[in-house]
Design a protein around this ligand. Structure first.
Ligand code: SF4
Length: 217
């Protein structure tokens, strides 16, 4: 029988958790520091990186850096969601977005989206070689540079040879720095996704470009 009683609180059905994990805010910093949310469960979406925004259901360059709970396999289902139990594995220490998200009334979460976001620089110790390495990668391989080089391709204009060569150099530099990070800091795949975000070539399809045309041979 259909219920006409208005639901006023989250019924913990888990549907939101399967659409993607939350983005972390400054308020969530202690959850990371205390190990409730380990960095190997966080993926960094770098500033200007094309990323899916579940709230507007489209892909667009991120307005700023975002630390997002990673997915499960190739799905964006939150890493902490336990499908067999239909449950959150960190419910008592879940991030602020999860506390605010109520699918029948999104006003609470809408008020905080994109505001006071947690950044890698607030988590990694600034007095370390690792911090400098991450900063150097960001300076050498910013997504804003790829956006500038490839933007006209997204508008349907074919890129001149020199722009294609510049994109190839940027993609190669990103991969070289990743290899250095893996060799020097012994990053696991998950740690690499936190410290350096996703490899830049992953974003080429957003610009209508085929990664295989720009990857080093
Ligand atoms: S942290 Fe928990 S409540 Fe939040 S999306 Fe993941 S599984 Fe759901």
């Amino acid at each position: 029988m259909t219920s006409y009683i208005k639901k006023t609180e989250c019924k913990r059905c888990g549907k939101c958790c399967t659409k993607g994990g939350p983005v972390l805010h400054i308020e969530d910093k202690t959850l990371v520091e205390e190990g409730h949310i380990p960095i190997n469960r966080i993926i960094t979406i770098r500033s200007m990186e094309p990323a899916h925004s579940p709230h507007i259901n489209t892909v667009e360059p991120a307005a700023s850096e975002m630390l997002k709970i990673s997915g499960q396999g190739k799905e964006w289902t939150c890493a902490f969601f336990q499908p067999s139990l239909n449950n959150c594995g960190v419910y008592k220490t879940r991030p602020i977005e999860c506390k605010l998200l109520f699918c029948e009334d999104t006003a609470g979460i809408s008020a905080v989206i994109g505001k006071e976001l947690l950044q890698r620089s607030q988590i990694i110790d600034k007095n370390t070689e690792l911090f400098d390495f991450v900063q150097n990668h960001e300076n050498e391989c910013p997504f804003s540079m790829l956006h500038e080089m490839a933007g006209q391709s997204r508008k349907g204009t074919s890129l001149p040879e020199n722009s294609r060569a510049d994109i190839s150099k940027l993609i190669a530099k990103d991969l070289v720095l990743r290899d250095k990070g893996i060799a020097h800091f012994r990053f696991s795949v998950e740690e690499e996704l936190f410290y350096l975000g996703r490899p830049m070539y992953f974003s080429l399809p957003y610009y209508g470009l085929h990664p295989e045309h720009f990857l080093p041979s």
